[in-house]
Design a protein around this ligand. Structure first.
Ligand code: ADP
Length: 626
């Protein structure tokens, strides 16, 4: 008896999930095993082609499905690259690949076991239908063969065996039928044919099966049965088919078969280009955000095929960072099979394909925005932030490409709008595109600084995402209309008279404001009469390009502790608080100091900024109350 090996902890969990799976579409196990077999043939093809020692004859390579009703087994045989003893251990004893790991983290947050069948869980899916799984395999270049065997979560054995041909044979002993579960169907020809057609039709190697047929006996009216090997799948890769031949479901199946994501695609594009550069591509926008998308772990890239042979699973060179959410594949005859990772970066053809694809994605998104707003908004909720990073990054080099794809929440429409829509609606006399920043839409809605702009009837864009203001500052303007923060000192709204009046008033109270500045020394740059406040007593405005929201973001960065926006404390002279302030200034030094500090801290709170000394603030408030 061979020694029993334990599964790695994650594998064991996944495997247990499979064993106890209540997923109704258990049939997907076959898709998973066929995909693995096809990948294994791809790998062998690639290896032979690049090593150029041996030629790869396509016709020698296939996948064969053999049901055996007597033994109650289903066998999946391939002529792929096979596995060494080490690889067997590594690949079937541990979850190595991200696909399965992603699955794991997903299932922890979702109670729903039904997601099992919606995306790839790989080899372990076999345990949804089988009590026992035996893998016999011989690696390319080796004369040794090994047998891996497992009856479930308590481990597996590996022992030497003999095998004539290179490749892998997987034998499943199907579970017994139960009242509510039928496993015998996976031994029926018609059912297997149905499953293969449904899930694996575009696999590019023949999937063969012995099929029982009937024919008339020679010179008689009697029929006889005979067995003939048949290729079940159509084999033409989906990307080489005509779009008109394909349905939405085909594209969704391909997305799943390829494990581009565990969701459904929100949108897809199929494109074939035949010009200076030739390629086929299928590109997807996922419906959900990949769980690690906004982390450094996420790797962008498309699958790269050279004339139908997979040469790279993730070629990052094919996508700009700002479209890193796009999944899919490119097949080009113009890319050399022997291309290395290093060479990819300098390959002219590849650069051209990337440029083409980028343009294609952009146009597709613009189309979506125009023709299916609801879908576009769903896309934007998920990946809009990436587009905004794109505007900001590389010193604004992509702002032209991306600006028409941006959306922001509008004070008037109460929903997302584009910059073009905003500018379109601007009244003749409006000079700027106004925006306000804050933690959330609800908070921004309440900001005192927006009062005057609202009163003028102008639309305000709400920036609740940290990146927003950085991005538009990089743009500076849109269609020659500069952006303006409603918290900036000069809003470009006040008439000359209004400005003069405010200046005069500031002048009148100069001594008082000077005193306030002294009390708030180092905290505010100036104290002035407000031209914008209507109902609120106090607020901050800013001078220079750095806003309070940006200060908050930059403060969290390394060496950012000392970054400070230049705050101006604006006081509403029409507010009763102002009278109290003047009164205290004239009569009571202590009180004046107290009021000044409270007003300052109020302005801090409005901005969601931390108060330097909350205990002092609380004591100050108490003093006012008694
Ligand atoms: P994934 O396919 O997502 O990597 P699986 O659990 O399905 O995860 O398979 C794990 C690994 O086992 C594969 O990546 C592959 O290296 C290897 N493998 C599985 N099936 C075969 C096969 N039929 N031939 C060769 N290697 C295989």
């Amino acid at each position: 008896m061979a020694e029993k090996n334990q599964f790695q902890a994650e594998s064991k969990r996944l495997l247990e999930l499979m064993i106890h799976s209540v997923y109704s579409q258990k049939e997907v196990f076959l898709r998973e095993l066929i995909s693995n077999a096809s990948d294994a043939i791809d790998k062998l093809y690639y290896k032979k082609l690049t090593e150029e020692k041996e030629t790869f004859k396509r016709e020698d390579h296939y996948i064969k499905i053999v049901p055996d009703k007597e033994k109650r087994t289903l066998t999946i045989k391939d002529t792929g690259i096979g596995m060494t003893e080490e690889e067997l251990k590594e690949n079937l004893g541990t979850i190595a690949k991200s696909g399965s790991l992603e699955f794991k983290s997903q299932i922890e947050t979702e109670e729903d076991f039904d997601i099992i069948g919606q995306f790839g869980v790989g080899f372990y899916a076999a345990f949804m239908v089988a009590d026992k799984v035996v893998v016999e395999t011989r690696a390319y270049g080796s004369d040794k063969a090994f047998k891996w065997e497992s009856e479930g979560a308590d481990g597996y054995t590996i022992e030497p065996t003999t095998k004539e041909e290179v490749g892998t044979t997987i034998t499943l002993t199907l579970k017994e039928d139960r009242e509510d579960e039928n496993y015998s169907e996976f031994l029926e020809e018609y059912r297997l044919r149905e499953i293969i057609k449904k899930h694996s039709d575009f696999i590019r190697y023949p999937i063969k099966m012995d099929v029982t047929k009937r024919r008339k006996k020679d010179d008689s009216d009697e029929y006889e049965e005979y067995v003939e090997e048949e290729i079940i799948n159509s084999m033409v890769p989906i990307w080489r088919k005509q779009k008109s031949e394909l349905t939405k479901e085909d594209y969704e199946n391909f997305y799943r078969e390829k494990r581009y994501g565990f969701d459904k695609p929100l949108h897809y594009v199929h494109t074939s280009v035949d010009g200076a550069v030739r390629y086929h591509a299928i590109l997807y926008i996922p419906e959900n955000i990949p769980f690690n998308y906004y982390t450094p772990d996420y790797e962008k890239g498309l699958e790269l095929y050279s004339n139908g042979v997979l040469i790279m699973e993730k070629a990052p060179e094919l996508l700009p960072d700002y479209f890193s959410f796009v999944k899919g594949m490119v097949d080009s005859d113009d890319i050399s099979l022997n291309i290395s990772r290093e060479m990819l970066q300098h390959d002219r053809q590849l650069k051209m394909i990337e440029r083409n694809i980028t343009r294609k994605i952009k146009n597709e998104l613009l189309n979506l925005l125009k023709n299916d707003r609801e879908k576009y908004e769903r896309f934007f909720e998920n990946f809009g932030r990436q587009l905004k990073y794109g505007v900001y990054s590389d010193f604004g080099a992509h702002k032209e490409t991306l600006q028409d794809l941006l959306m922001f929440y509008s004070s008037k429409e109460k929903k997302l709008v584009t910059l073009a829509e905003y500018v379109e609606r601007m009244p003749e006399d409006q000079k700027y595109i106004y925006y306000a920043t804050g933690e959330s839409i609800e908070r921004i809605e309440q900001l005192p600084q927006t009062e005057l702009v609202r009163e003028k009837g102008y639309e305000i864009l709400y920036f609740a995402d940290e990146i927003d203001e950085f991005a538009i500052q990089m743009m500076h303007s849109y269609k020659d209309k500069p952006f303006k923060n409603v918290a900036s000192g000069d809003l470009g709204l006040e008439t000359e008279e209004e400005k003069k009046a405010a200046e005069k008033e500031t002048e009148q109270h100069k001594a008082m404001f000077e005193k306030m500045k002294e009390i708030l020394s180092g905290k505010v740059k100036d104290v002035v009469v407000s031209k914008r406040l209507r109902t609120h007593p106090v607020c901050f405005t800013i001078e220079g390009g750095l806003s309070l929201e940006m200060e908050k973001v930059l403060k969290q960065m390394p060496n950012g502790e000392n970054i400070k926006a230049e705050k101006i404390l604006e006081i509403n002279t029409n507010h009763d608080v102002f009278k109290a302030l003047v009164n205290a200034f004239e009569k009571d030094d202590e009180k004046f100091k107290l009021y000044t500090n409270i007003l300052y801290n109020q302005a801090m709170l409005i901005e969601g900024l931390p108060i330097e000394d909350p205990i002092q603030f609380s004591n100050d408030l108490s003093k006012v109350l008694v």
